[in-house]
Each structure stands twice: as structure tokens, then as C-alpha cells.
Write a protein that binds this ligand. Structure first.
Ligand SMILES: [Zn+2]
Ligand SMILES: [Zn+2]
Length: 338
């Protein structure tokens, strides 16, 4: 295995374990540097003992390079594979029934990998499609896409789909639900995209009544297909409390306007909590099990959402990403307007 491939695999495995981002970034930087310099130059640096002189190569990344060149990388990676392995428990059957992932990010916004790399990983995981849902313009901290950039992204996806068929990259967006319940992208674009995830990313602490109205207005839009990470909570580190809203009213609206409620699989979100998911089922909502992956390794996180769905008794027929791509697109294009 080449040093670059070894570093790339380490990045993948650390990402799936939600390792500290600085640590992952160090391996990613080293990988990019090694690719840039080329195998011969790196091998020469190793022979000369000058790897450590390269800006961007430290003791840990240097060790992976040395193991790849001298032998021993397989054992090292096998260990890391075992350490970062994601066990699918009671959700095994559901996971097998999923055909794609409806919420993912690329370097077009705040993701860490190109669309093509994300798509290849989704293929390796057995998916038929991946919906790319980069952020909308007002989420500037995440390099949200304005109209022009979104149109460029659509061109790229069209090109990639010619190469990757029969696998399909479906077009999408994670559109911000603005404070007044409106959506942060032009309606003609929302209409054109295959899948629209709508999420609250700002003013998470607004009073419950206002937040309820805000969310209901968004899910009532015929362009919105999935309500993303509905409570906004974070359960890792310092954490973040749930937004306050009347879940009965929001889920009743999701059911009425056929907007799926997302099980967001990110380990630090695990959103919605189980009791709210059960409530969404009481209201007969559709469900989408999505990773919200910002890196290839994170596409494996669907296992977490499948386990949760199985625990709560979500039937596969209720889950929109058990649908083949064409059926999914037919469903997203046909929401009731009243
Ligand atoms: Zn989000
Ligand atoms: Zn997202």
C-alpha cells in the first residue's frame, strides 16, 4: 500500500470514530502533501531520514508513511479498523434495506471530501444513491452555496453521474429555516433539486411558540422533503439543549404535508431523542435515516440510526431511503400543497 493510500485510510477510520478534528486534519494534510510530492520523493525522504523536516509531517503521520514503505502497515491498519469498527446491532436488517443516504456534505460547503470521493464511499457501502445536501447561502460559517455556486455544483453532479452510473448522486440542499420560517434559497432551485432537507441552524433558543410556527411554515412548503435534526441538540462534550417547540403540532404538520422526520445519525446529535421519535410515529410521519456525513468515513453512521429505529419499531415501509431512487424522487416531487 502506498503511503498516501495508507494515510487516506487512517483519515477514513478516524472520521468514522468521530476523532478529534485536529487529529484527522493532520493526517489529511500529510496525505495531501504526500500526493503532491509523489511516491518517489517521499521514499527518498524516508531513506534520507528527512521526513520529519517536511512541514506537515509529524511523528504520527511519519510513522504511517514509514510503515507503508517498510512493511507493517497492514497490522497497523487492522488494529485501527478494529478499534473504530461500528457494530450494527438490532438495526442490521433495516440497514440492509436502506438504498441511500439523504443528507451529506462535500467540500462545496463545510464537508471534508469532494463529491466524487463521497460517492465512491457510498458505493463501497452498497448504496444505490447519495443525496448531496450542502448548506444554503446564509450559513456563511459553513460556506453555504449561493445561487451561482449551487448551479455549478449541479453541473458537476451531472458530469459525475455520467461516469458513475448506475450509481446516482441525487441533487439536494440542506436549506436553512430562517427565523420567520422562510427558506434560504430561491424557490425555482428548491423545486429543481431532487431532495430538500430543511434545518434550523440559528436562534435555536427562540421561544417555543415562535419556533413551532417557524418549523411548521417550513415543513408545510411543498419543496421541503425532510425536516433535519429537529431539536438541534448536541449530546457530546459541552452539549446543547433541545430547542423548545410543540412537537405534536410540528409532527402533525410533517404528516399532513408529507415531510419526513430525519433520524440524524451523527453521534454528537442523535436527533431526535427516542421519545420524540416515538411521537413522530404516533403522528404517522415518514422517517429518513441520514448520516449528515461531512467526511467519507461518517457515511457508515447510518448503523446508529438503524439501531435506534429498530428499538422504537420503525417499519421499513415508513423509511423513505428504503425507496429506489426513482420512487424517492417521485415522492419528493409530489407533496400536498394544502
Ligand atoms: Zn444541519
Ligand atoms: Zn447537514
Amino acid at each position: 500500500m502506498s503511503p498516501a493510500d495508507a494515510l487516506d485510510r487512517v483519515v477514513y477510520l478516524l472520521d468514522r470514530a468521530l476523532a478529534e478534528s485536529r487529529r484527522v486534519a493532520a493526517y489529511a494534510r500529510a496525505r495531501d502533501l504526500v500526493r503532491e510530492l509523489g511516491d518517489d520523493a517521499i521514499a527518498q525522504h524516508h531513506v534520507d531520514g528527512t521526513l520529519g523536516d517536511l512541514a506537515g509531517i509529524g511523528p504520527s503521520t511519519g510513522k504511517v508513511i514509514a510503515l507503508a514503505l517498510d512493511g507493517g502497515i497492514d497490522e497497523h491498519l487492522t488494529e485501527l479498523e478494529a478499534e473504530t469498527l461500528i457494530d450494527v446491532g438490532e438495526g442490521t436488517e433495516l440497514r440492509a434495506a436502506l438504498r441511500g443516504d439523504c443528507h451529506s456534505h462535500t467540500t462545496w460547503s463545510d464537508g471534508g471530501a469532494a463529491t466524487e470521493v463521497m460517492a465512491h464511499t457510498a458505493m463501497d457501502l452498497g448504496h444505490d444513491y447519495l443525496v448531496v445536501t450542502d448548506h444554503s447561502p446564509r450559513l456563511t460559517i459553513a460556506h453555504g452555496l449561493n445561487r451561482e455556486r449551487l448551479l455549478q455544483q449541479l453541473d458537476e453532479i451531472e458530469r459525475l453521474n455520467e461516469e458513475l452510473a448506475p450509481f446516482r448522486i441525487l441533487t439536494g440542499i440542506e436549506v436553512d429555516i430562517l427565523q420567520d420560517g422562510s427558506l434560504d434559497q430561491d424557490v425555482d432551485l428548491l423545486e429543481r433539486l431532487d431532495v430538500v432537507v430543511a434545518s434550523v441552524h440559528s436562534k435555536l433558543r427562540m421561544p417555543a411558540q415562535e419556533m413551532t410556527r417557524r418549523m411548521v411554515l417550513a415543513v408545510a412548503s411543498p419543496h421541503v422533503d425532510i425536516l433535519g435534526h429537529c431539536t438541534g441538540r448536541k449530546v457530546v462534550g459541552g452539549g446543547r439543549p433541545q430547542s423548545e417547540f410543540d412537537a405534536d403540532i410540528v409532527f402533525a404538520a410533517c404528516a399532513r404535508f408529507e415531510t419526513a422526520v430525519e433520524i440524524n445519525c451523527r453521534p454528537e446529535r442523535q436527533d431526535p431523542p427516542e421519545e420524540l421519535l416515538a411521537l413522530a410515529l404516533d403522528w404517522d410521519c415518514r422517517i429518513s435515516i441520514d448520516t449528515d456525513a461531512h467526511a467519507p468515513g461518517q457515511l457508515e453512521w447510518q448503523a446508529y440510526g438503524c439501531d435506534k429505529a429498530a428499538r422504537i419499531g420503525v417499519e421499513p415501509e415508513r423509511i423513505i431511503n428504503t425507496l429506489p431512487a426513482d420512487d424517492l424522487i417521485a415522492w419528493t416531487a409530489n407533496h400536498p400543497t394544502t
